[in-house]
Design a protein around this ligand. Structure first.
Ligand code: AR6
Length: 217
């Protein structure tokens, strides 16, 4: 029911046509691949859900769950800086930070990914529509930045679900819905891969699309 309420919220915001399209796509999307990857087809694009380490991804860009200083931290942020090498921090120092819900891009240095898109998710302090909008914005701005760089494949971690405390189920629902909406409008991006660090996060993301489809539709 939480998911249904969230879905209704999106409905109010984006209008009925887009939601109907999203519902249709989500309805036939979950495909279980043999190697433990779940695929969701959105037109000619694909959303993948997989368990793993974001620093190892070979997508053109990986997304960093950063903080507003962009000067590093723990979690995904620490892992990405360690894997990319000190040149990444040097470039981040030139950027002057990033607002919550916004995103900026740097090179990937020693990573397989050519680019790192740094976004800042909200700190969770209880259910609040403005917090949810900031999480949506973090995903959407990351994809807008990717589009502007003509990046075609992007890997995301579960933004805000670690140090920032966003509950996994709610975060998964916001993340998937925002990405699906974006890919429907921008088929130039061919692959969005959610790289979930543990089984619990993967399961939350696998459950999210079911919840986005109201019962009986
Ligand atoms: N690959 C994929 N996911 C990971 C990895 C990894 N290598 N490591 C952790 N996770 P967090 P936030 C998962 O805390 O909540 C930093 O200090 C983790 O299990 O990295 O947005 C920043 O500098 C969780 O599900 O990011 C900020 O200060 C998810 O990634 C702050 O933390 C996000 O956890 C941002 O907090």
């Amino acid at each position: 029911m939480i998911f249904h309420e969230h879905y209704t919220g999106i409905n109010e915001k984006h209008g009925p046509t887009e939601v109907t399209e999203a519902r249709k796509s989500l309805d036939k999307i979950l495909e279980w691949q043999g190697d433990g990857i779940v695929e969701i087809k959105i037109g000619s694009s694909v959303v993948e859900l997989t368990q793993g380490d974001i620093t190892q991804q070979d997508t053109e860009a990986i997304v960093n769950a950063a903080n507003r200083t962009l000067l590093g931290g723990g979690g995904v942020d620490g892992a990405i800086h360690r894997a990319a090498g000190p040149e990444l921090l040097a470039e981040c120092r030139t950027l002057g930070g990033c607002d919550t819900g916004d995103a900026v891009v740097t090179r990937g240095y020693r990573l397989k990914a050519k680019y790192v898109i740094h976004t800042v998710g909200p700190v969770y302090r209880g259910p609040d529509p403005s917090t949810e909008r900031l999480l949506e914005s973090a995903y959407r701005r990351s994809l807008e930045v990717a589009l502007a760089k003509e990046i075609r494949s992007v890997a995301f971690p579960a933004i805000s679900t670690g140090a920032y405390g966003y509950p996994l189920g709610e975060a998964a629902s916001v993340a998937l819905h925002t990405v699906v909406d974006f890919l429907q409008a921008h088929p130039e991006i061919k692959l969005v891969r959610f790289v979930l660090f543990d089984q619990r996060a993967l399961e939350a993301f696998e459950k999210a699309p079911e919840g986005l489809i109201p019962a009986g539709s």
